[in-house]
Design a protein around this ligand. Structure first.
Ligand code: BG6
Length: 476
């Protein structure tokens, strides 16, 4: 696309992964078990704990990034990456979460990883924790429902900020913090099960504790790394549309949207919205607010808004409808959106590139803070053709259409720091623990059962993204 407006000069093009979905080496160099380590194949949020020797746990080896990161970073560099988003496996640093001292081998691994990125002029963008918590914190305390998790998280945060200051500028406190209410074991190490007494209360207690922890991290970040450190939130974002112009649908849309904006409001505006407090009160939920909590949340709002975007949601006041998404239930079909490509049908979600432009404007209008698209992409089945290549034109089409909308939004005035597409190298899916749901520009030879050589092969999209970055988005 030749007439595209150019992206900003220092735009952070790159890709994003999470430690548990790529690293493997789950029990190496002093690492403790994490909640991800007890997720068996296809069992999101539902642990098989203790580890059963006859069960396959895809995260244990993942794509062995732990041992192969140098070669993988070379490939990222070849694509022209300016940024790489990953997370720190908390249980590499504090194996049980509440240990008094950090594990030096774990700290050293991230030192080496960040040095390698910096050596290649790739900016590390670090999620402090992404869908994994030291398992021991689940066993001992029931996860984030317990207030003591704030203290242990803060200890972890202080340790990594002190260690990596000068190497890492961009941080995000919790991956998709709004997902805690939907996948509480994965999002917050919660052990109480749906249907058990106190389940709902535990969810909201965990949410509040994470908000306090997140604001405390922003505070510490600026104290330790100075005012230039950029500490952001990370929200799973997708706009909600009303099914019709019926005002009742508009109200339903507003209500649905608030599932997400409450989480960004607390972290960006620094306070719980009044409607949310009233809603919780009506539900009989009591937020475990202690002295000083609301002040910390108010005083330490985030520096930027990181968000993932995969699709939009459409709702009707009539409720129900076809379920389109795991995370946000009760949505209806949107006749204006096309389904994903055949290769991605198994995990189908409606394709809505304009929804990304809408999201950028929506977030900028609401918060007026720098934005960062830290996830976007297409999980699809890739086939190795007879010529040995992977012709993933469906992925190129998907990404291209989204980036074209991003370019328009930038041209219309949106302040966007960067774009890190999800899974630049194939990785273990968080939703299904599959390898066959592939997002990468780089193919990894490994199947859903752990077979394969782990060999890396660039796909057609690799060269497409390389050209996009080289032209700073002019050649989309
Ligand atoms: C996001 C998560 O929700 O979506 C990632 O932050 C996840 O961890 C990504 O992998 C894609 O979802 P999935 O289920 O296809 O892996």
């Amino acid at each position: 696309m030749s007439n595209q407006p150019l992206f900003p000069k220092d735009f952070l093009w790159g890709g994003a992964v999470a430690a548990c979905q790529v690293e493997g080496a789950y029990n190496k160099d002093g690492k403790g078990l994490s909640t991800a380590d007890v997720i068996a194949h296809g069992m999101m949020n539902d642990p098989t704990d203790p580890i059963d020797p006859n069960t396959f746990y895809p995260y244990h080896e993942a794509i062995d990034f732990y041992h192969r990161y140098k070669d993988d970073i070379k490939l990222f560099k070849e694509m022209g990456f300016k940024a790489f988003r990953t997370s720190i496996a908390w249980s590499r640093i504090f194996p049980h979460g509440d240990d008094a001292r950090p594990n030096e081998a774990g700290l050293k691994f991230y030192d080496d990883l960040f040095d390698e990125l910096i050596k290649h002029d790739i900016e590390p963008v670090i999620t402090i924790t992404h869908f994994e918590t030291p398992l021991s914190l689940a066993h001992k305390y029931g996860g984030w429902a317990d207030r003591r998790l704030i203290e242990y998280y803060t200890r972890f945060v202080r340790t990594i900020f002190e260690r990596y200051k000068g190497k890492v500028k961009y941080w995000m406190t919790f991956n998709e913090i709004n997902i805690i209410l939907h996948i509480p074991f994965t999002g917050g190490a919660l052990t109480v099960k749906k249907g058990e007494a106190g389940y709902e209360q535990a969810l909201y207690s965990a949410m509040h504790h994470q908000f306090v922890a997140s604001a405390t991290a922003v505070k510490l970040g600026h104290e330790i790394m100075g005012k230039d450190a950029m500490i952001g939130c990370m929200i799973a974002f997708g706009p909600t549309y009303p099914e019709t112009s019926n005002p009742l649908d508009a109200l339903k849309m507003q209500e649905h949207m608030r599932n997400t904006t409450t989480f960004s409001d607390v972290q960006v505006r620094g306070a719980y919205p009044e409607h949310y407090l009233r809603e919780l009160e009506k539900k009989g939920i009591k937020l475990p607010i202690e002295a000083g909590d609301l002040e910390v949340i108010k005083a330490h709002t985030v520096d930027f808004i990181g968000f993932s975007y995969y699709s939009s949601h459409t709702v009707s006041h009539k409720g129900g409808g076809e379920e389109q998404s795991n995370f946000f239930k009760n949505t209806v079909k949107n006749p204006y959106l096309s389904p994903v490509d055949e290769s991605a049908k198994e995990w189908s979600w409606p394709v809505d590139p304009i929804g990304l432009r809408y999201s950028l404007h929506y977030l900028q209008d609401r918060y007026n803070k720098p934005l960062f698209i830290v996830e976007n992409g297409l999980g699809a089945k890739d086939v190795i053709a007879e010529d040995g290549k992977i012709h993933d034109d469906y992925r190129i089409t998907y990404l291209k259409r989204h980036l074209q909308e991003v370019a328009i939004a930038i041209d219309e005035g949106v302040n966007l720091l960067g774009y890190t597409s999800w899974g630049p190298i194939d990785l273990v899916s968080a939703g299904t623990s599959q390898m066959s749901k592939r997002y990468g520009y780089i193919y990894v030879d490994r199947d859903d059962h752990g077979n394969g050589t782990l060999k890396r092969t660039p796909k057609e999209s690799f060269y497409w993204y390389q050209a996009v970055i080289k032209s700073n988005g002019a050649h989309l």
